[in-house]
Design a protein around this ligand. Sequence first.
Ligand code: PEP
Ligand code: MN
Length: 356
Amino acid sequence: MSEKLQQLQSQLNGINRQLLHLLNEQGRTADEIFRIKEQQGISEADPIGFQQMVNELTSNNPGPIDNDTVMYLFSEIFRSIMKKNTKHERKLLVSRQHKSKDTIIRVKDVEIGGASHVMIAGPCSIESRDQLLTVAAALKNAGVTVLRGGAFKPRTSPYDFQGLGVEGLKIMKEVADEVGMVTISEIMSPSQIDTAARYVDIFQIGARNMQNFDLLKAVGQTGHPVLLKRGLSATLEEFIHAAEYILYNGNDRVMLIERGIRTFEKWTRNTLDISAVPLLKQETHLPVLVDVSHATGRKDILLSCTKAALAAGADGVMIEVHPNPQAARSDAKQQINIDEFNTFWKGLRDSGFSLK
Ligand code: PEP
Ligand code: MN
């Protein structure tokens, strides 16, 4: 290497070291600004005037670096400072960093997220008192503790059965009181909260409403347990942020449920993302369940997928059971009848899984 080249190389190394020193200095100063603003209760959103600083730099840029490059470089630097200092990036309320211990949700005498696995079962929709009572009695007899049934149904077509509404919730309470079960039913809007709270023990927020932020905020302001379903095409990051809305608004009685996601696969209704179970257990402290009926949309692999879910660490599963699935007013294809349920239940026990 020529002497000139060597000299330039060492000059460059020196500039790099100075830059590194200045970057660290800049980071420390920005941290200090964040700290002071936090103490003063000033909102964290862009506390260092991101855009203003970039504008000032580009208008005073002597060159030869062009303004686009200056903008790019400084935006990246500011972004990394923001990321490090913004509270929600540091510690989500749902995260294990915030709370290392598993959250256990107690609903009457049922514990979800504790030592035993929970089974949530019942029809897709509540259709009549007779229908619900027949299923509930069989499930209770088998040892199932949580009864599901939809009264407000999110249907793809407005011409399909929309559920019995409040009438359905009343039936659910009556039946559950009679047999002695905990109940869960879907709500789709904040306006349904007060009524539903009188009749059901756990609110379900369905896949289609996972990012209904007004609903998430509103259930967050109640103390009612919430089962939050993963959206049809939601990433796990979107899913846990949806849960974060509920906790952020004051309610930490939240359970997550994987219910299959949309993929190109046609042999199942959705694709059961089994990896979601250990990942959600690892990243969050909330109970994690799997809805095997909606994830698969078929009966023949229900047992295998349930075992897979439990083996992957799920705290419980949900399945749809109907006294006469062929005549069901929703999800007829995937619901199992009572005999099929009993066989399924025995299959689980024979494999060493005991659920309540
Ligand atoms: C349901 O559980 O009744 C339901 C509609 O499921 P999802 O929201 O997962 O589609
Ligand atoms: Mn259904």
